[in-house]
Write a protein that binds this ligand. Sequence first.
Ligand SMILES: NC(=O)c1ccc[n+]([C@@H]2O[C@H](COP(=O)([O-])OP(=O)(O)OC[C@H]3O[C@@H](n4cnc5c(N)ncnc54)[C@H](OP(=O)(O)O)[C@@H]3O)[C@@H](O)[C@H]2O)c1
Length: 333
Amino acid sequence: MQNKKIIIEKFGPAKDLVIKSHEDTRVVGADEVRVETAYSGINFADIVMRQGLYQDAPPKPFVPGYEISGVVTEIGKNVTTLTVGQHVLAGTRFGGYASQHVLPAWQVLALPEGLSLAEAAAIPVTFITSYLALHEFARIRKGDKILLETATGGVGVMAMQMAKEVGCEVWGLTTSAHKKEFIESYGAKALLKSEFENNDQYRDFDFILNSSGGKSLSIQYDRLNKAGKLTCIGVQGAISGGKRNIFSLLKTVVQSPRFPILKLTMESKMVSGFNALKFFDDDPWMQRILPKLNDPGVKPFIGKIFRAEDVAHAHDFLESRKAKGKVLLSWKD
Ligand SMILES: NC(=O)c1ccc[n+]([C@@H]2O[C@H](COP(=O)([O-])OP(=O)(O)OC[C@H]3O[C@@H](n4cnc5c(N)ncnc54)[C@H](OP(=O)(O)O)[C@@H]3O)[C@@H](O)[C@H]2O)c1
């Protein structure tokens, strides 16, 4: 059976991604399953690692990708939770951009009711990240005023819905004026990032989810309510254009503020950050988060699906801010 993979062999622009095919001779172990991929989710982190700016990425060459959906084609002798032919989704710690997977059965879940295979591939990262941000770090409550950066992206769309479910007042930022309507369609208030930053009447937020790092952290910290929480999950500010830009990364690092404990004490605010990958293979955490997948009320928005062969166009599409919601790769011919 052929396994097609998309590989980062060298850091650089999207056109440097390499596609290779080889005979897959892996034997499915007793506690494993083989999955034929239907879709792979693309995340902003894939762009960051392709540019060589992602600290936790494996050494080159490697296959990026954190999530897939597909069909189970073989199960190990100890596996009782899944059956051949079942539609599933799976989190992958890298390696997701491939047409075949052999995965431990615990990483693979039956599709929640009402989700298509495409929607399922858009779930693992957006759901786990949004859940951690809103329910574990922020502990949001009805009436909270919250601000989400990159509200139009995969995580943003999921987080807007989760926060609305709880009854929060949700504000979303975008850098693209034409996407404001998209944010408003989720019942949130939309602002350009520059409108927010240049007008300090936008303040008193109980929670802000930051995804760009750098000086945006200082501005957002100042706009928190008392007991307000700021959580940082990304460094999008460091990414400019399709090319690796170390200067831009350094600028973002240098402009990221320090938050001494005495300052936080005097100003009665909280600052945190997290990496969802750290929770991914932690069984008690996953047992706590994954059952919530079956709660109604959240659905990913699929902005565009590219053929796997067109992965370079898919990355360019995301990097040039054309995307809304989630961008996927399809492995069907
Ligand atoms: N720490 C974690 O565990 C974790 C997990 C998941 C995601 N994240 C982070 O959360 C953020 C959102 O991730 P995502 O996968 O949901 O995003 P995404 O779907 O890839 O979002 C793409 C959108 O980001 C906006 N954007 C802002 N700055 C950009 C830039 N420099 N280059 C290109 N686009 C830019 C654009 O939206 P507008 O046109 O609307 O501005 C673009 O359409 C990222 O920073 C990501 O690294 C962190």
